[in-house]
Design a protein around this ligand. Structure first.
Ligand SMILES: CCCCCCCCCC(=O)SCCNC(=O)CCNC(=O)[C@H](O)C(C)(C)COP(=O)(O)OP(=O)(O)OC[C@H]1O[C@@H](n2cnc3c(N)ncnc32)[C@H](O)[C@@H]1OP(=O)(O)O
Length: 212
């Protein structure tokens, strides 16, 4: 059997403290013309809750019972801190979170961080390193930030830690992510907004869907 520890190149190895996790990504580079994030006035102050962006969203919607219902507070600068419980229905491998659920959480958190610089964005590219198994029944915290912008492009990154329940250790990074989001305008959802759960008035309005 191959020991993958010895197959990793230097920049793919984990720091054993878990504190200084080095990215495994070979494709992600920040552009030379990256601009520092300019925070929009609508973004709440550090420590304030950041409301869900859409009530039916699988990541944060409180009218979406099948979703992971992440909650957020604003962090320092262009950052957010999101949390959710790793429910047993999110199981992938025996006893641990499904990778796609962790992907959802990163997508949601990095998208929410983009609200510091833009009113609406969509994900264009997302890449994840799964660093440690994440047990069911744990509470996962995702810290996400905007690293910078180039025109409509918003470059983000995030780290996940288990902060309560099985495996809790806030000093260990259990996953990391990098993502590119694109700022959109109201026309982006024009063609699909009538499809919103077939009952937009019950859980959110078409106007709300337009603003995402
Ligand atoms: C603020 C509220 C948000 C709250 C959180 C939400 C969390 C959840 C977010 C989601 O899950 S959104 C759902 C998943 N994503 C989508 O459905 C997006 C589907 N894709 C698209 O609609 C379009 O591809 C997209 C809007 C992303 C880009 O199309 P555009 O026509 O607007 O972009 P364009 O082709 O003009 O490219 C603009 C720039 O982005 C670059 N770009 C676009 N897509 C890229 C990509 N995939 N990878 C790398 N670069 C990309 C492109 O090269 C170019 O760079 P330059 O400005 O330097 O020339």
């Amino acid at each position: 059997m191959v020991d993958i520890t010895f197959c990793r190149s230097e920049d793919r190895r984990l720091d054993r403290t878990g504190l200084h996790y080095r990215s495994m990504s070979s494709t992600w580079t920040l552009p030379d013309d990256l601009q520092a994030p300019t925070i929009v006035p609508e973004f709440p102050a550090s420590g304030e809750p950041l409301p869900r962006h859409w009530s039916l969203c699988f990541g944060c919607g409180d009218d979406q019972p099948s979703g992971i219902q992440m909650t957020f507070v604003v962090g320092d600068g262009a950052s957010v801190v999101g949390r959710f419980e790793v429910a047993r229905r999110y199981q992938g491998g025996p006893g641990v979170i499904h990778g796609g659920i962790l992907g959802t959480a990163f997508d949601e958190a990095q998208g929410m961080a983009c609200r510091s610089v833009a009113l609406a964005v969509v994900t264009a590219h997302l890449e994840i390193d799964f660093a440690r198994p994440i047990p069911l029944d744990s509470t996962l915290e995702i810290t996400a930030k905007v690293d910078g912008t180039v025109r409509r492009k918003v470059y983000t990154s995030a780290e996940a830690r288990i902060v309560a329940g099985p495996g809790a250790d806030p000093d260990v990074v259990v996953g990391t992510s990098r993502g590119l989001f694109l700022v959109i305008d109201q026309t982006h959802f024009e063609k699909v907004k009538s499809m919103v759960d077939a009952v937009p008035a019950a859980a959110g309005t078409a106007a709300e869907a337009s603003s995402f």
